[in-house]
Design a protein around this ligand. Structure first.
Ligand code: TYD
Ligand code: MG
Length: 455
C-alpha cells in the first residue's frame, strides 16, 4: 500500500503547502493551516477524453425550470424559485435559523407534491421532528434522514428520485476514501463535489447549509462558493427578531435582492412590508434620528438612522461606533460636515446605529446619516414626516441616486409628507413622482445644515 504523505491545507482557501505555517501565504488568514493526509487528488487518466460537441453562440435558450418554494421572500432572493439541477449554498451564523427556514421551505414543497429529502448531519431525527411539530409541519410528506455518509446519501438518491435535497450541513458530511476528518476543507470539498455532481446529473435541486465563522466568511470552504450556482447569506442580530436573506451570488438571478423574515414562536414568518416593521418602534421627536428611504434590490425599504454624540472625556481619540453602516463613510461625512458646513464634531464621540439590525450598503444613505448627525448636534429633532436620501461628495455636493421614484412612493405609502433629496430628480423622472409628497431638492449639504439651524 502506498505510504500516506502528510500535507498542509489552508481551511479557508484550500491552498496546499508542504510545511505548517501560522498564516496562509495564499489568502492571508491566520491559524487556518491544518494537516491532512495526501491521496485525495484525481486518479490518473485511464482513457483518452472524448471530443467535445461545439455549439454556436446563437440558438434557443429556454429559461431554467424553477421550483417555487411558496415562501415568497425566499423565492424572490433565488430569482423566482429553485432551479432544477442547481446547487444553492445557504450560509449563516449558528442559531440564526437556517435549519428552520429550510425545513419550512422543504415542507412547503413536499406539501405541494414535490419529492423532498432532508438530510441532517447535525441533528437526530427526533430533534427535527420536534422542530417540525413546533412549526406545525409534522404532516408534510417529507422524507428525513439523519446521516453524514455521502455515499449512503448517493445510494438513497438512486431509488428515491427527489426533486429537492437539503443537506444540513455540508461541514458534517463525510466521504469514504477521503482521508480527512469531517469539516476539513478536503472533506467538505469532496462531499460537496459529489453531491453537486449528482444534482447536475439527476436534475434535482440541492441546498447545502454552510456555517459561518466568527469572522463572517463561510466556514472553511470559500472554495464552496465557487462550486455552487447560488450563495445566500442568512443574517441578523440574534437580539432582534428580524432575519435577512441576502443573495451574494446567483447564476440564475440578481444578487442584490433580500428576503425579510421575523423569527417567531412558530418559525420564520415572512415580512412582505419591511418598512413598516423597521419603523414600528420609532419614536417621533427625538433628536438624532432621521429616516432613510433606501433600496434593497428591487424593493424600497425605509429605515431609521440614529446618531448620538457625547463629549469625549477620555482624553484619547474620540470614539466612532457604527452599527449597520460603514465606519469609513461615517468619518468622511464628519469631515465634510466640518470642512464644508462648519459643523465641528471631530472632538465628540459619535455613535451611529441603523434601527432594526439591517446593514445599509448604499451611499444614498449619506444624506440621512448627515441629517441624523446634524440633529444630534443641534439637539433639534429632524422633522418626523420627512425621509432623506442622496449621496454626498467630498466637496459637500449632494449627488443623484438610482430609483428616486420607488423610494418616494414607499415614503408616501407609509404616510410621510416630505422628502429631502438631490436636485433634478423631479425633472429627471418625467413627472412620475408621487403627488402628495413635498419635495425639497438640495444641491449641497450646507442647504441641509442651514435648514436644520446650523449657522
Ligand atoms: P435553527 O434553525 O436551529 O438555526 P441554525 O440552523 O441556523 O443553527 O434556529 C435556531 C434558533 O431559532 C433557536 O435559538 C430557536 C429559534 N427558534 C424560534 O425562535 N422559533 C422557532 O419556531 C424555531 C424552530 C426556532
Ligand atoms: Mg441548524
Amino acid at each position: 500500500m502506498a505510504k500516506l504523505h502528510l500535507r498542509f491545507v489552508c481551511q479557508a482557501c484550500g491552498a496546499v503547502t508542504p510545511k505548517w505555517a501560522g498564516r496562509c501565504e495564499s489568502c492571508g488568514e491566520w491559524n487556518t493551516i491544518a494537516e491532512e493526509p495526501q491521496g485525495s487528488g484525481p486518479l490518473p487518466a485511464a482513457r483518452p477524453g472524448a471530443r467535445l460537441a461545439l455549439l454556436p453562440l446563437a440558438g434557443e435558450a429556454e429559461p431554467p425550470a424553477r421550483l417555487a418554494t411558496g415562501i415568497a421572500e425566499l423565492d424572490r432572493v433565488l430569482g423566482g424559485g429553485l432551479v432544477a439541477a442547481s446547487a444553492v449554498l445557504v450560509g449563516g451564523d449558528p442559531g440564526i435559523g437556517k435549519s428552520t427556514l429550510l425545513l419550512q421551505a422543504a415542507a412547503s414543497l413536499a406539501r405541494g407534491g414535490e419529492s423532498v429529502l432532508y438530510v441532517s448531519g447535525e441533528e437526530a431525527a427526533d430533534q427535527i421532528r420536534l422542530r417540525a411539530r413546533r412549526l406545525g409541519l409534522e404532516t408534510a410528506p417529507l422524507r428525513l434522514a439523519s446521516a453524514i455518509d455521502v455515499r449512503a446519501i448517493a445510494a438513497t438518491l438512486e431509488s428515491e428520485r427527489p426533486g429537492l435535497v437539503v443537506i444540513d450541513s455540508i461541514q458534517t458530511m463525510w466521504m469514504e476514501g477521503v482521508e480527512s476528518a469531517p469539516g476539513t476543507v478536503t472533506q467538505v470539498r469532496a462531499s460537496a463535489f459529489e453531491l453537486i455532481r449528482l444534482a447536475k446529473s439527476r436534475g434535482f435541486c440541492l441546498i447545502l447549509v454552510g456555517h459561518v465563522t466568527k469572522e463572517g466568511s463561510l466556514a472553511g470552504p470559500r472554495v464552496l462558493e465557487h462550486m455552487v450556482d447560488a450563495v445566500l447569506h442568512f443574517e441578523g442580530d440574534r437580539g432582534h427578531q428580524f432575519r435577512i436573506l441576502r443573495g451574494v451570488k446567483n447564476r440564475f438571478g440578481a444578487t442584490d435582492e433580500i428576503g425579510v423574515f421575523e423569527m417567531t414562536g412558530q418559525g420564520l414568518a415572512e415580512v412582505p412590508n419591511p418598512s413598516a416593521l423597521f419603523l414600528a418602534e420609532r419614536r417621533g421627536h427625538v433628536a438624532g434620528n432621521a429616516v432613510f428611504a433606501g433600496l434593497e434590490g428591487t424593493r424600497p425599504v425605509l429605515l431609521e438612522v440614529q446618531a448620538l454624540l457625547a463629549a469625549n472625556r477620555s482624553g484619547g481619540a474620540p470614539r466612532r461606533s457604527v452599527l449597520g453602516w460603514d465606519g469609513a463613510r461615517l468619518s468622511m461625512l464628519l469631515a465634510v460636515l466640518e470642512a464644508r458646513c462648519g459643523l465641528a464634531l471631530a472632538g465628540s464621540d459619535v455613535f451611529l446605529n441603523v434601527a432594526g439590525g439591517l446593514r445599509i450598503v448604499e451611499p444614498a444613505a449619506d444624506l440621512a446619516v448627515a441629517a441624523a448627525l446634524v440633529s444630534a448636534a443641534t439637539g433639534q429633532p429632524a422633522h418626523a414626516g420627512t425621509v432623506y436620501f442622496g449621496e454626498i461628495g467630498l466637496s459637500g455636493e449632494v449627488r443623484q441616486v438610482p430609483q428616486a421614484e420607488l423610494r418616494l412612493k414607499e415614503a408616501q405609502k407609509l404616510g410621510f409628507e416630505r422628502a429631502v433629496l438631490p436636485r433634478r430628480v423631479a425633472r429627471g423622472s418625467g413627472g412620475l413622482l408621487p403627488a402628495g409628497l413635498a419635495l425639497e431638492e438640495i444641491g449641497h449639504l450646507s442647504d441641509l445644515t442651514r435648514e436644520m439651524g446650523v449657522k
